[in-house]
Design a protein around this ligand. Structure first.
Ligand SMILES: NC(=O)c1ccc[n+]([C@@H]2O[C@H](COP(=O)([O-])OP(=O)(O)OC[C@H]3O[C@@H](n4cnc5c(N)ncnc54)[C@H](OP(=O)(O)O)[C@@H]3O)[C@@H](O)[C@H]2O)c1
Length: 339
């Protein structure tokens, strides 16, 4: 086979579009690509300079592809992923529909690539979970985890295209003296604001996004991680940031922590405050790495460590993770294995 035969469900959305970009940038061999969305309606997407007509997912003949990336929300994954898998397609699902299903592996290749096994449906974690576990896993392996407390600062692109448009419109209206207008995507304006929730409130007054971070981390790391999260939405277009407090089981020095983190695949340490080098969403946007900085010891707790962890939620937090899962499975279709 000369390359992957791929379907992208949600090809017109932010994650779907980023999948097309990353496939191209990473020079992934692609034999054919089917772009799927709610309706076709004469729309096209561009892949490697070629226009591809968007087709409705409802009429997809799944025998046309080997792999399908699902990036169209839970309802679409619920309805079509099992059908695609039954037809022999390997589904890599970006929605949260199957993430906590014990029969479905939840995979971040840097952390638990082996969990993939021979599964036909593979779940890719929440964007804020991926960057967190990429930074935590090397520390957990070396020093053990006693306790983790995370506060996120999440970009609007994590919500999807409509949220990006809402922030753009509110910002423009404000500059033009029209006021922010009525919010539609979030309950209150996001421009010039910070929302101390990213999702619906659920059990114990934690939001859905916070429960995802807490539950998914333990599943991926294959151990009960004592993690508490506060997930916050900020008026940033791309790039989630996280303030992470880690208490380890074993003692460490900051030099050891830096050495362990720098061995982590996909980790980029940016940590020289004296020279103004700290990780920010603007810098991380457009990259595939997890940027880690503000590495410092807690003032009171000898095994307490603080980190600031940033990554591009559409790339490392979605498209790149999904594509690397596919590449790891390349031998299924006679193609090269992990990168
Ligand atoms: N954004 C992130 O950072 C991020 C990170 C990790 C995971 N995710 C997950 O990835 C998925 C997509 O997110 P997004 O940010 O790309 O959203 P988005 O920009 O709003 O795009 C949604 C996509 O889904 C398609 N879609 C919606 N309803 C559909 C239906 N009934 N049938 C077929 N296609 C349908 C849309 O097609 P039309 O153009 O036809 O409406 C569009 O292509 C979600 O499950 C989200 O939770 C997002």
């Amino acid at each position: 086979m000369s390359g992957y035969r791929i379907a992208v469900v949600g090809a017109t959305g932010l994650v779907g579009q980023t999948i097309l970009e990353v496939l191209d940038e990473h020079r992934v061999p692609v034999q054919s690509l089917v772009a799927l969305a709610r309706q076709g309606g004469g729309r096209t997407v561009v892949f490697r300079g070629q226009s591809i007509e968007v087709e409705p997912v409802a009429s997809m003949d799944w025998s046309r592809v080997d792999v399908a990336f699902f990036a169209a929300g839970n309802a679409v994954s619920d309805e079509y992923a099992p059908k695609a898998a039954l037809a022999g397609v390997t589904v890599i699902d970006k929605s949260s529909r199957f993430r906590m299903d014990p029969t479905v592996p939840l995979v971040v290749p840097e952390v638990n690539g082996d969990a993939v096994g021979d599964a036909r449906i593979i779940a890719s974690p929440n964007c804020s979970t991926i960057q967190l576990v990429v930074a935590l896993a090397p520390l957990a392996r070396r020093f053990g985890l006693e306790r983790v407390i995370v506060s996120t600062y999440q970009a609007v692109s994590g919500t999807g295209r409509e949220a990006v448009e809402e922030l753009e419109q509110q910002t423009r209206r404000q500059v033009e003296g029209e006021g922010l207008g009525d919010p539609e995507v979030y309950p209150v304006p996001i421009a010039h604001n910070v929302l101390p929730y990213c999702d619906q409130f659920m059990d114990q007054d934690y939001t859905g996004e916070e429960w995802k971070l807490m539950r998914e981390t333990s599943k991926i790391m294959d151990q009960p991680v004592r993690l508490s999260a506060t997930a916050v939405r900020v008026p940033v277009y791309v790039g989630h940031a996280e303030s992470v407090y880690v208490e380890t089981r074993e003692p460490w020095t900051l030099d050891q922590v830096r050495a362990v983190l720098s061995e982590g695949r996909s980790v980029r340490i940016v940590d020289d405050p004296a020279r103004g080098l700290v990780p920010t969403p603007r810098d991380a946007a457009g990259t595939d790495e997890v940027w880690v900085g503000r590495i410092r010891a807690d003032v009171h707790e000898p095994k307490g460590l603080h980190l600031f962890v940033v990554s591009d939620n559409l790339r490392r937090g979605a498209a790149t993770n999904a594509i690397e899962i596919m590449q790891q499975l390349g031998p299924r279709w006679g193609l090269g294995g992990a990168r």
